[in-house]
Write a protein of this length. Structure first.
Length: 366
């Protein structure tokens, strides 16, 4: 096996680790089957991650057998997300919001908040996005014909390719509510840009215009942001970041195993491995906390901690990879260069110091 620069490793690094699903299970426990099945199916998808239609279809099929968070198998769901991110970051970016939407709908149903999704043409083959960014405003109004959305929503990933979405909209000056919409309705117009990103270039996140578009409410005003699943979803994204970083740690270790490796290369390998392991431990504890379950303020604190620690450690791994591997793989290895660019963009879902300030507010309030 060749190293990233063509040098021969002294000790080939964990071939099985590169092909087996990632695990958050304690030592001695078997990896759960959900991730194994999804990875096996992914290998049959042409241009996995960049062929949007095929990857979206794979995500819809994969989600059928995935347990939602909070039902005692949260670690298994996060193992799936991380394992797919290890294969391809774009594919994980497609799968994660689809699973999140299904989890939200399931959570609403468990709480008795049933929604008439049939009126929107929802089927088992529907593909979902979750659009909750605020900036441009979408207003929701109720009439004898039902709810309607009007306005523009920013940062709507893959709105031109998906069939449905969950969208936050304003029902009053200070109140928001979650709604399901059909993205292929003529009163919904998805823009194809601007999107000049070098990371996740195929996962276009542009604006969507709603012009009196039919919508179905999911929960009451404020429910989307106050439900436990809001914290669960945020931690699920962190599991994707962790999985996306795994091949970078493997590449650093592979470089350190070559005949030309020095003490500095070994230091990089050790630092990357410890950062990856620390993240794994945090995610495992977060999954266990969800299934315990913890709720309320403690859950919010846990979610902020998990996201902050994961984002910091994955940023560290990206920096270590840059220094340990040099410009070679960034300029000549398509898979590596795309992974680095994709992951850097994905990490911007974390708001750094602002999220730390929110955590600080939580831990210092009584």
């Amino acid at each position: 096996m060749n190293g990233v620069d063509g040098a021969t490793p002294k000790h080939p690094v964990g071939i099985d680790q590169r092909t087996a699903p990632l695990s958050l299970a304690p030592f001695g426990e078997a990896v759960r089957g959900c991730a194994q099945d999804a990875m096996r199916a992914a290998r049959d998808v042409p241009s996995f991650g960049t062929n949007l239609a095929a990857t979206i279809a794979w995500a819809v099929q994969t989600a059928v057998d995935v347990p939602p968070p909070g039902m005692g198998q949260t670690a298994e769901t996060w193992e799936l997300l991380a394992s797919i991110a290890m294969l391809d970051v774009s594919a994980a970016r497609i799968l994660e919001p689809h699973l999140d939407a299904l989890s939200i709908l399931a959570e609403a149903q468990r709480e008795g908040r049933d929604a008439d999704l049939d009126s929107l043409g929802v089927t088992a083959a529907s593909s979902w996005g979750v659009y909750a960014a605020e900036g441009a405003r979408v207003n929701a109004t109720h009439s004898p014909d039902g709810w309607r959305l009007t306005g523009t929503k920013n940062w709507c990933s893959l709105a031109g390719q998906l069939s449905h979405a969950l969208v936050t909209a304003w029902t009053g000056p200070d109140t928001r509510r979650l709604f399901a919409v059909a993205l292929r309705d003529p009163r919904v117009v998805a823009h194809d840009g601007p999107w000049v990103s070098r990371g996740l270039p195929h996962v276009v996140s542009a604006s969507v215009d709603f012009s009196n578009a039919p919508a179905v409410p999911i929960g009451e005003d404020g429910w989307y942001l106050t439900r436990p699943g809001f914290a669960w979803g945020g931690m699920g994204v962190a599991a994707v970041w962790w999985g996306a970083a795994v091949p970078l740690v493997h590449a650093i270790a592979e470089r350190a195993s070559t005949d030309r490796a020095d003490q500095l290369a070994l230091m990089y390998a050790g630092a990357a491995d410890s950062a990856l392991w620390a993240t794994r431990s945090v995610l495992a504890e977060g999954a266990a906390a969800i299934d315990a379950p913890i709720v309320g303020r403690d859950l919010k604190i846990t979610a902020e901690r998990v996201r902050s620690i994961t984002a910091t450690r994955v940023e560290e791994i990206l920096s270590l990879a840059d220094r340990a591997l040099g410009p070679g793989p960034l300029t000549s290895n398509e898979a590596h260069a795309r992974r680095v660019a994709d992951l850097r963009i994905y990490l911007r879902q974390h708001h750094g110091e602002r999220d730390l300030a929110r955590l600080g507010t939580l831990v210092t309030s009584s």
